[in-house]
Write a new protein. Sequence first.
Length: 108
Amino acid sequence: MTRSALGAFEEQVLLAILRLGREGYSVSIVSELEERTGRDVATAAVYVALRRLEKRGLLTSRLESPEESGEPHPRRYFALTDAALAPLRESRRTRLSLWDGLEPVLDE
């Protein structure tokens, strides 16, 4: 795997944030992942992935104070950078290529 390639969980986190738009914060990301994958997701694993993706320049974050968000605690919201789109596109292309032609075997 090249440095620019995404791990499966990193890809899932980026896709969840992309789906959530401006509402991507840790709790909503975990909920989106659990809903979409049907699996329990460890909040700590999401935090680690968010930090790693932000360090790689694939995410930006902004901290909203309780006064700004209307919530009781500050929230850190995440958004994809333009740099995140290329590895997501590559990941999608690779996965579709791997799946191509397997329908007869898998649809039995």
